[in-house]
Design a protein around this ligand. Structure first.
Ligand code: AMP
Length: 213
């Protein structure tokens, strides 16, 4: 199972990708999580990426391709993986073909559809665990105990790029740079579109159906 999730920021792809990864017992590879980890660890990569991420723009293709190349070479990715947040540009998609192929057997690409007007509201209500990355929504799925993560007990915070201004920039980057990636996979008949509106469980059911149909 090699699955790619495509969707605008706040479409629920992180939540759904995590769930699907535990369902299939394959690694969830989120380039956003990897970058945030580098930022919190203060590595050279983190220092380069932090201001770009905070502004809502995309980190360079070269840097991202290097990161994903290293990650996919690890043993746990051999039996499959879920990519969340990569590829985000056509250049990245073409490079990924070289690594995993793009035939129907090689890859399934899920595009989560959520209209822009729903995104800004979702994202400004989103909170993320600083430690384990668990995702909450202040109205629909708040942590049981104020700002404490249900899963690991660490602090639940707003991501630095979950401000309204950065969200608009991220949406703009999605439309301009990532939607062509969906078109690319559609032309190769590996793209499946899934309605991302509704409760998490319902969206997950739609994803499962689209993978088995
Ligand atoms: P995400 O958690 O997927 O929303 O990613 C957060 C931020 O990390 C993005 O807004 C980008 O700045 C950066 N990022 C994550 N993945 C990529 C990628 N594949 N290409 C370029 N930038 C990325």
């Amino acid at each position: 199972m090699k699955i790619i999730f495509i969707g605008p920021p706040g479409s629920g792809k992180g939540t759904q990708a995590k769930r699907l990864a535990s369902h299939f017992a394959i690694p969830h590879i989120s380039t956003g999580d990897m970058l945030r980890e580098a930022v919190s660890e203060g590595t050279e990569l983190g220092r380069q990426a932090a201001p770009i991420m905070a502004s809502g723009a995309l980190v360079s293709d070269d840097l991202m391709i290097g990161i994903i190349n290293d990650r996919l070479a690890k043993g746990d990715a051999a039996k499959g993986f879920i990519l969340d947040g990569f590829p985000r540009t056509l250049v990245q998609a073409e490079k990924l073909d070289g690594l995993v192929g793009n035939g129907k057997e090689a890859l399934r690409v899920l595009q989560l559809l959520v209209p822009d007007d729903a995104i800004v509201r979702r994202i400004t209500m989103r909170r993320t665990c600083a430690q384990c990355g668990a995702i909450y929504h202040l109205e629909n799925n708040p942590p049981a105990n104020d700002s404490v993560c249900d899963r690991c007990g660490a602090e639940v915070i707003a991501r630095a790029d979950d401000t309204e201004e950065a969200v608009r920039r991220r949406l703009e980057a999605f439309h301009r740079q990532t939607l062509p990636v969906a078109t690319y996979y559609r032309s190769k008949s590996v793209l499946r579109e899934v309605d991302g509106i509704g409760p998490v469980d319902e969206v997950f059911e739609r994803i499962e159906q689209s993978l088995t149909s």
